[in-house]
Design a protein around this ligand. Structure first.
Ligand code: AMP
Length: 215
């Protein structure tokens, strides 16, 4: 099964993708994670992406579609995939169809996480992760039990994404509204979209997604 998780920044796509990986043995393909890794490694892709990401703007379509194709080639044909943060434009949606068809795959579901944008700014600007094990935390909703110590691995090396500040978040949201939301009708026409209320608890959202995937 191949699915897309669609929703604005902070809607919970990454969190839900991780739960789906655990539950169904699927693999999350997050273009944001791949680009952050490329920036960190200083590759050619990373050099192209860095300033755009810091500004909250989109990286060129051919760059992200290229890395998605490469990642899929590393996976077996039976391995189900969760696309997280891709596609983000109409051109990427067209590329994804081609990329999947060329590999004998097809999209089974598109889950749209519907959320209240104002609440998202608080969600995003407060989030941070353990730099050692990747556990996610939040200034208001999920602080570590002991100040500055990761509950999971005990490390004290927390990280915030450079693009999780309010100004960049607003740009990322307007990019979502202008370029990503308009691709939904492509999938609605195919009858594969389920809207899920993304403002519920992690557990509620996860149950709603599981119900959608079972149809
Ligand atoms: P994310 O982690 O999905 O919020 O992505 C972080 C940033 O990476 C975005 O604000 C964009 O600058 C870039 N990015 C991630 N995925 C894409 C994509 N599919 N198309 C263009 N830019 C992307």
């Amino acid at each position: 099964m191949d699915i897309i998780l669609l929703g604005p920044p902070g809607a919970g796509k990454g969190t839900q993708a991780a739960l789906l990986e655990d539950k169904y043995g699927m693999v999350q393909l997050s273009t944001g994670d791949m680009l952050r890794a490329a920036v960190k490694a200083g590759t050619e892709v990373g050099l192209k992406a860095k300033a755009l990401m810091e500004a909250g703007e989109l990286v060129p379509d051919e760059v992200v579609s290229g890395i998605i194709g490469e990642k899929l080639d590393d996976l077996g044909p039976e391995q189900g995939v969760i696309f997280d943060g891709y596609p983000r434009t109409a051109a990427q949606a067209v590329s994804l169809d081609e990329i999947l068809a060329a590999r004998g795959r097809k999209l089974d579901h598109v889950i749209e996480l519907v959320v209240d944008e104002d609440a998202l700014v608080e969600r995003i600007t407060g989030r941070f992760t353990c730099g050692n094990c990747g556990e996610g935390y939040h200034d208001t909703f999920k602080k570590p039990a002991k100040d500055n110590v990761c509950d999971v691995c005990g490390a004290s090396d927390f990280k915030r994404r450079p693009d999780d500040n309010e100004e960049t978040v607003r740009t990322r949201m307007s990019e979502y509204r202008a370029k990503t939301q308009p691709i939904l009708p492509i999938y609605e026409e195919r009858g594969i979209v389920t809207k899920v209320d993304g403002m519920g608890s992690m557990d509620e959202v996860s149950k709603a997604i599981a119900a959608a995937l079972a149809t």
